[in-house]
Design a protein around this ligand. Structure first.
Ligand code: NI
Length: 299
């Protein structure tokens, strides 16, 4: 009892003295509970920060037998190489006769994509975009402009995961949601590029069931790594070959800045720059994985 009374007196004295040091401080401006820095960083992280696709190592396969209806001919601006190239009856460049190559751009649309579209329009060059689903939803006007100006649209999953690490249901969701996002703005697609080129038999089967051709690449500029305009120009031009599919990313300003020179140099070397469906002609379609005009693996 004696001890308790002393304790109570001491407490009273401290309280009267205004001593609050034993009370945990209250931060008037402490933030509301919110996602951890890790969570918010991952939500806002750009797909392009992830080192991208490794070189595919598939052996040269036989041409796909599963021909599907090709995309309609597009209407790019004036382009001497294209104008002079042999054409199919419907106006597509006949890449079985012409020396074709396809420029492709992954991970957009982003804030530099409109600048790229300006460049492509001025040059009369159609390309192929493999777009992230969430970015389609974020920039629908850019996507619609790309389609209206004759570019081919493919998807690149919803959130750029390694598809082979997902369950089949997860793969299906990642691969179908971007298609839905395109459909929601009145557009269609029949091709997908798996992030990092990561695919297996299950990815192939899901792509087949969704009616999506898998488009990989045969020239990797590694533009995400160099982040150098001269390096991107040199990689794209030096490694191009007839029938090649050239991988770049339109989320990097260094890449977008390289495109005018890449076009000039490839056209000077005799290339007709076409979309991937145009490159493949009537052999383009689901049920296959495409690395180049001459390297198409039927599933
Ligand atoms: Ni990517």
């Amino acid at each position: 009892m004696k001890f308790l009374r002393r304790y109570l007196l001491l407490t009273l004295a401290l309280t009267l003295a205004g001593c609050t040091s034993s009370v945990p401080p209250v931060e008037a401006d402490s933030p509301d509970p919110s996602p951890s820095p890790t969570a918010s960083a991952s939500e806002s992280s750009e797909p392009e920060t992830v080192p991208d696709e490794p070189e595919p190592t598939e052996p040269a396969p036989e041409p796909s037998a599963s021909a599907q209806p090709s995309t309609p001919p597009h209407a790019p601006g004036p382009n001497a190489n294209r104008d002079a190239a042999p054409k199919l009856a419907d106006g597509r460049v006949d890449c079985s006769q012409a020396q074709c190559a396809a420029l492709t751009f992954d991970d957009g649309p982003g804030k530099y994509t409109e600048q790229l579209l300006d460049t492509l329009k001025a040059a009369g060059v159609p390309v192929t975009f493999f777009m992230i689903g969430s970015s389609i939803e974020a920039r629908p006007d850019t996507v619609k402009r790309a389609a209206a100006e004759g570019h081919a649209l493919g998807t690149h999953t919803w959130s750029h995961p390694v598809l082979t690490k997902l369950s089949e249901a997860g793969m299906r969701e990642e691969m179908s949601l971007p298609v839905n996002a395109l459909n929601a703005i009145g557009l269609q697609t029949n091709m997908i590029r798996p992030p990092y080129g990561a695919r297996n038999e299950i990815v192939d089967a899901v792509a087949d069931s969704l009616g999506l051709a898998e488009v990989l690449w045969s020239v990797d500029t590694r533009d995400w790594e160099s982040l150098s305009t001269p390096a991107v120009i040199s990689e794209a031009v030096a490694d191009a070959f007839p029938g090649s599919i050239i991988l770049m990313h339109d989320v990097h300003p260094t890449t977008v800045a390289a495109v005018p020179d890449i076009i000039t140099k490839l056209e000077a070397a005799g290339y007709v720059l076409v979309t991937v469906p145009e490159l493949l002609g009537d052999s383009f379609g689901a049920g296959s994985t495409i690395f180049s005009q001459g390297q198409v693996k039927a599933h």
